[in-house]
Ligand binder design. Structure first.
Ligand code: DND
Length: 241
């Protein structure tokens, strides 16, 4: 597989033209390792960033692409911030790290964004010497058999399962062992960051600080765009009260 336009769907071609994804794989004599950090990122926080950085180091990845989900599969019954807001926060949080990128790949795709579809489209985009590493929390890995086309996910990417505080890795290991699908999984022990997006949203809604939980640029965006019921105008206001 190469970058021949005939191999790409119209959507994927547009993505390449826009420069939304890194052009990896040009040297046929080497293997490239592309990390994909998928998430709802509502909002993105330091737990996500630390897990991705640890994956980058431990697995010798070339880059990590953060991919906010357009319409997340498991959150259809929940209220989720707009894709544009979640993408903007992801862009702000990753912009100072030279090996992190934020991508609109899932945001701009219509319909529910299933990981198997994303990986399949990426496989069409990249030559075979680019290997995919889908970075996810160990808790998500334990649920992976409930994902759409889990066997396709298994065939297209190595799973990188990052521990979350209080999470027993044995549970994820046992669940995957019992399944009929064979996953290539790398387990990562990341520094214990007991942070979650819902914890951040709850803090914002009662006027508590997000300092050291997410980059200050993300906090600024939350305040300026009045997300999560923010009721302080410490960061200025774009609109009249
Ligand atoms: P979340 O909604 O859990 O994202 O989605 C994670 C990924 O799984 C997304 O790419 C989804 O599209 C995909 N997914 C989920 C369900 C079904 C399907 C696909 C399907 O195709 O059928 P969050 O924003 O909540 O979190 C992002 C990642 O970061 C997660 O893997 C989460 O476990 C992890 N994480 C932490 N890791 C380490 N320390 C912390 C963390 N907090 C969240 N403190």
């Amino acid at each position: 597989m190469n970058y021949d336009a005939e191999n790409l769907t119209d959507f994927a071609q547009e993505v390449v033209d826009r420069g939304d994804l890194p052009l990896l794989g040009r040297d046929p004599h080497r293997t490239y390792h592309l990390g994909i950090m998928g998430g709802t990122f509502d909002p993105i926080h330091n737990g996500h960033l630390v897990a991705a950085e640890q994956a980058f180091d431990d697995l010798d990845l070339d880059l990590v692409v953060f991919m906010p989900a357009g319409r997340p599969a498991f959150k259809q019954d929940k209220q989720v911030s707009s894709g544009e807001d979640r993408y903007a926060m992801t862009l702000l949080a990753t912009s100072d790290n030279p090996h992190f990128l934020a991508s609109r790949f899932e945001i701009d795709r219509g319909g529910i964004t299933y990981t198997a579809d994303t990986l399949q489209l990426l496989r069409k985009l990249y030559p075979d010497n680019v290997k995919f590493y889908f970075i996810t929390g160990a808790d998500a890995v334990a649920e992976i058999m409930a994902w759409k086309n889990a066997e396709k996910v298994a065939s297209l990417a190595t799973l990188v399962a990052a521990t979350r505080p209080g999470y027993d890795l044995e549970h994820a290991r046992k669940t995957l062992k019992k399944s009929s699908v064979s996953f290539d999984v790398r387990y990562l022990t990341v520094p214990a960051l007991a942070i979650s997006s819902s914890y951040l949203r709850d803090r914002v809604s009662v006027g508590q600080s997000l300092r050291y939980l997410t980059p200050d640029t993300v906090t600024g965006y939350i305040h300026k765009h009045k997300l999560y019921g923010v009721h302080s105008s410490r960061y200025g206001s774009l609109r009249e009260e």
